[in-house]
Design a protein around this ligand. Structure first.
Ligand code: MG
Length: 157
C-alpha cells in the first residue's frame, strides 16, 4: 500500500488540469510541470507502494526536461516502473480538496482518464472531491490539494 499527497498554488492564468482532464475554471494551478496535483499524488502513491522513490527524485522540477511536462506521461512512466518491479495495481482511491469548482460533474472523465493510463478498469479508480469548509489555503481558494492511496500486489509472491 502506498500513500501520496500534493498541493499546488491556485491562481488566475494557468489551466486547471486534474487527472489529465482540463476543468473549466477561472483559476488554475501553478507548477514546473502542468501542475496536475491529483496525478502527482497518484504517482507518489504508486511509487510509495513499490518503494521506488518519490516524484521529486524521479522527475525533479530542477530538470528543464520536465518544464511544462504532461503529468500523465510521468504517470505512464511510473506505471511502467511499478510493473517492471513485479507489481500489479489493484485499485486507487483519491481525495481532491477544492472549495471550487464543483468537481462531481467531471468525475467520470477524470476516472476514465486515470484508468486509461493506469491500465486498470475505471471502477478501480475512485475520486472523491471535498471542500475545506472555507478553512485554510484550499478553503480560501489559494491552493488545491490531493491525496491518493494505491494497492499493489507483488506478482513474484
Ligand atoms: Mg506536484
Amino acid at each position: 500500500i502506498g500513500l501520496g499527497y500534493d498541493r499546488h498554488r491556485l491562481e488566475v492564468g494557468p489551466p486547471l488540469i486534474l487527472g489529465g482532464v482540463t476543468i473549466p475554471h477561472d483559476k488554475g494551478l501553478l507548477g514546473h510541470s502542468d501542475a496536475d496535483v491529483l496525478t502527482h499524488a497518484v504517482i507518489d502513491a504508486l511509487l510509495g507502494a513499490a518503494a521506488l522513490g518519490n516524484i521529486g527524485l524521479l522527475y525533479p522540477d530542477t530538470d528543464p526536461a520536465f518544464k511544462g511536462a504532461d503529468s500523465m506521461k510521468l504517470l505512464a512512466d511510473t506505471v511502467a516502473r511499478v510493473k517492471a518491479a513485479g507489481y500489479r495495481l489493484v485499485n486507487i482511491d483519491t481525495n481532491i480538496i477544492a472549495e471550487r469548482p464543483k468537481l462531481n460533474p467531471h468525475l467520470h472523465a477524470i476516472r476514465e482518464s486515470l484508468a486509461r493510463t493506469l491500465m486498470i478498469a475505471a471502477d478501480a479508480v475512485s475520486v472523491k472531491p471535498k471542500t475545506n469548509e472555507r478553512l485554510g489555503p484550499e478553503g480560501h481558494e489559494e491552493a488545491l490539494s490531493a491525496q491518493a492511496i494505491a494497492l499493489l500486489i507483488n506478482e513474484n509472491g
